[in-house]
Design a protein around this ligand. Structure first.
Ligand code: EPZ
Length: 418
């Protein structure tokens, strides 16, 4: 078993290029199924979730070759339309493959993706959108059996701006005859990146980044080369790490606008934040102030994925900060672990109240989920003494060697194996 050993107290200094975005590369890899030919996807991070996606593509019969931080996907040999249970369990967001498989093969079979650490992860909006496009979907014994002799373009409205449901609807609509208009679409930057990839394949998609996305389906799609955008949540994580530990850092490879709500909160806490086109700098004396209530919301609101890491940065701030988690039902599982380090946090339903403490102390803590794990690392950087973080598989789903990046900035952190 491997764990991270962190000696708190080191300032963070230096510059880092942020890895490619996990939440962009996953739907992008699913979208390659729509192209008959080879897609070269660049800036692909080395992550467990990317490995899971590669395993699914290979199971379907596609050839996938990793070339450093690029992946070459050849879907010509694709012969299957099912995702087996063990691959679905590896990564619940594998449901993002559903629309693309359906569009390509006319049928798809996958086991019902279970919930995850963040609570039940329903896919009713995904299924409703695909049914509107003409898919027949039955749920038999935990398995989703989908058929679509011919997907037909239509106007559809998402009850909530779900990121995954928006992506599934776009991918299925690309394979539908006629035009689809998706209303109340998610506006995340990862959707804009998916549109850019699809356009490179020859798809006619427009409106991504706004709430109304139009897809003129049916065009034969070809291979392409696409560079994935930088990971805004990894950037937000490292900004929070520097804010908590103190120091001066600069991160490149991420559009500032994609992290602006997090940068604004850190500026309010007393950090000096400077933005450039595709870079952001932060200077912190380490002593932070509490900030006005942080309410998570769909993009461009405050990202739910940054809630745990901003919370970790504010554990020693002067005063009290209120968090309201409006996206997921169970996204405070990191709170108990942070409390083991001396944090003072009270949770009531969707609300968490952080009372800043004078000091945190190192402890043995366990990752509960991907971003909750990152929060523990941030707390360890600003704690007195040594923190040991276990259950690293959670962190490795979304961070490409977090210890390498933070050590490069001066953190006293290393990965050990027992
Ligand atoms: C994506 O998950 C991200 N994952 C999540 O990042 C992120 O937290 C989330 O969007 C919100 O931004 C990927 O992109 C791979 P949603 P997704 O559908 O698509 C409810 C991380 O840490 N909902 O926008 O699953 C759902 O329960 C991960 O990188 C339905 O009710 O999120 C949630 O409350 C965690 N029915 C809300 O919508 C549905 O059919 C938003 O979920 C779908 C979703």
């Amino acid at each position: 078993m491997s764990y991270l050993s962190i000696e708190g107290g080191a300032l963070l200094h230096g510059e880092l290029t942020i890895q490619g975005s996990k939440n962009s590369v996953l739907p992008v890899l699913a979208a390659t199924i729509l192209a008959r030919g080879v897609c070269r996807i660049e800036n692909c991070p080395h992550l467990r979730d990317v490995d899971a996606s590669i395993a699914i593509l290979r199971h379907l019969g596609c050839r996938v070759r990793r070339d450093g931080t690029a992946l070459e996907v050849d879907t010509a040999p694709m012969a299957r339309c099912d995702i087996p249970d063990e691959l679905m369990r590896e990564m619940r967001s594998s449901v993002i493959f559903l629309g693309a498989i359906l569009a390509r093969q006319g049928e798809a079979v996958l086991s019902y993706p279970g919930g995850c650490e963040l609570g039940p992860r329903p896919i009713d909006l995904h299924l409703a959108a695909l049914r509107e496009l003409g898919a027949e979907i039955t749920e038999v014994g935990g398995e989703l059996r989908c058929k679509a002799k011919c997907l037909r373009g239509t106007d559809l409205t998402l009850a909530i701006p779900s990121v995954g449901a928006t992506e599934n609807a776009i991918l299925a609509a690309c394979g539908a005859e006629g035009t689809s208009v998706i209303y109340n679409a998610a506006r995340e930057p990862e959707i804009v990146d998916l549109q850019a990839l699809l356009r490179s394949m020859g798809a006619r998609v427009s409106g991504a980044g706004g709430s109304i996305i139009t897809v003129e389906g049916g065009a034969p799609l070809h291979g392409c080369t696409h560079r994935v955008i930088g990971d805004r949540i990894v950037c937000a994580t490292y900004l929070c790490a520097a804010a908590a530990a103190g120091g001066e850092v600069r991160f490149t490879g991420v559009d500032y606008r994609a992290v602006s709500t997090v940068a604004l909160a850190l500026a309010e806490s007393g950090c000096e934040v400077r933005s450039e086109a595709d870079a952001v700098s932060l200077r912190s004396a380490g002593a932070l102030r509490s900030v006005r209530p942080v309410r998570t919301a769909p993009y461009p609101g405050f990202p739910t994925d940054a809630q745990p890491v901003l919370m970790a940065a504010l554990l020693k701030s002067e005063g009290c900060t209120v968090f309201v988690e409006n996206i997921f039902e169970n996204r405070y599982r990191h709170v108990d672990e942070l409390s083991r380090m001396g944090a003072e946090i009270r949770v009531a339903g969707r609300v968490a109240v952080v009372n800043g403490v004078r000091a945190l102390h190192g402890a043995a803590v366990k990752c509960t989920d991907l971003r909750g794990g990152a929060a523990l690392v941030i707390a360890g950087l600003s704690a007195e003494g040594t923190t040991r973080v276990t259950e690293l598989t959670h962190i490795d789903r979304g961070y490409d060697a977090i210890e390498r990046d933070l050590a490069a900035l001066g953190a006293r952190i290393r990965r050990e194996t027992t």
